[in-house]
Design a protein around this ligand. Structure first.
Ligand code: ADP
Ligand code: MG
Length: 355
């Protein structure tokens, strides 16, 4: 074997995979590559139809790639001359709809994945897994008598019980209520980390991806736009798509000058490699912008959006551009009021060349 114990083990390698369902359609997955280290959670995130589920199904062996190579724990499972069927890939899967067997109890659902092993081992492992997800007391209940969150934890215990090399999760929380979702995802992340599971986690929700992922892979139209740590993706978007998708950015027109990028809100630092005179866009989020009432200001309040603990203000700059900014709920300003807007961010802002 090539891998030595002192090196971090690569659990999953995806190299240049392509999947096209019909010649008339663009490829659903179009040359995607990434690696997962042992014990890492990767969140695949992107809008509906961008190829997340297809990527997961290719890894699981539920689809065959047209091109590319997939290795799990060093072993090729899909490639030009190899195709290992799903049941022999050592992957555990958790989907949105739980897909528990309704006629089996929670315990029996978990034990199902262990069939074929010695009875004592099945008992010990199934009980241990139910304990891990905090459901020992509900072991004899059937799915209909469990809450959505409890069912999701049974599904997770069932996927983890056989000790898979890799866990694949496709929008596992999307059938839960919003408040339940926050609680369950925190529990599930804790369980996965305690197990040291290696996980590919699919979601269309950027906030959920930031919470779940050790790293995020942002997909757009079948391609991987950017992969990296949550903070790196949030603050260091390399494409306009990532800046927009990862957190409601506004874009200000700018031009590269000697003192940086000139915008309607003053100059901001220019990234290296842009020539003077280049037309660019600067990505701004609501926490990068500050404003105060000022009859001689450079913008008017277009709208106040109440968010409970704070308000988001939509500000129309005199240039016609729009930015958003936060204010505490204690300071309410009316639509139509003239304000002075400035950039308050202390970190470098993402800047994208315009074509
Ligand atoms: P996501 O999970 O990101 O929403 P999918 O991977 O499900 O996206 O789909 C990616 C694209 O591939 C979509 O355009 C979808 O319509 C298409 N697609 C997915 N599965 C099939 C299939 N079995 N047959 C034909 N087209 C498919
Ligand atoms: Mg999907």
């Amino acid at each position: 074997m090539r891998s030595r114990p002192t090196e971090p083990v690569t659990k999953l390698e995806v190299q240049q995979i392509v999947k096209r369902f019909s010649p008339a359609q663009p490829a659903a997955v179009d040359g995607v590559s990434f690696d997962l280290a042992d014990g890492e959670i990767l969140a695949l995130v992107g809008p509906s139809g961008c190829g997340k589920t297809t990527t997961l199904r290719l890894i699981a062996g539920l689809e065959r790639p047209d091109r590319g190579l997939i290795r799990i724990a060093g072993r090729p499972v899909a490639g030009e001359r190899v195709f290992v069927p799903p049941e022999r890939r050592g992957v555990g899967m958790v989907f949105q709809d739980h897909a528990l067997f309704p006629h089996l109890t929670a315990y029996e659902n978990v034990a199902f994945g262990l069939r074929g092993r010695p009875a004592a081992e099945i008992r010990a492992t199934a009980s241990e897994m139910l304990g891990l997800v905090g459901l020992e007391r509900l072991a004899t209940r059937h799915p209909h008598a469990l809450s959505g969150g409890e069912r999701q934890r049974v599904a997770l215990a069932r996927a983890l019980a056989p000790g898979p090399a890799l866990v694949l999760m496709d929008e596992p929380f999307s059938s839960l209520d919003a408040d339940m979702r926050l609680e369950v995802r925190e529990q599930v992340r804790g369980i996965l980390k305690e197990m040291g599971a290696t996980v590919v986690f699919v979601t269309h929700d950027q906030e959920e991806a930031l919470f779940m992922g050790d790293r995020l892979a942002v997909f757009n139209r079948g391609r991987l736009e950017q992969i990296g740590a949550p903070e790196a993706l949030f603050h260091g978007a390399e494409t306009r798509f990532v800046a927009e998708f990862m957190g409601d950015s506004d874009f200000l027109r700018g031009e590269v000058g000697a003192e940086g990028v000139r915008t309607a809100l003053g100059a901001v630092a220019a990234p290296a490699g842009l020539l003077p005179g280049a037309a660019v866009e600067v990505a701004l989020r609501a926490d990068d912008v500050d404003f105060r009432p000022d009859p001689a200001g450079n913008a008017v309040i277009a709208r106040r959006i109440f968010r409970g603990a704070f308000n988001v203000y939509r500000l129309r700059l005199d240039t016609g551009e729009t930015v958003h900014a936060f204010k505490e709920h204690t300071e309410i300003l009316p639509a139509g009021a003239r304000v002075a807007v400035r950039i308050s961010a202390e970190h470098p802002l993402a800047v994208f060349p315009l074509p």
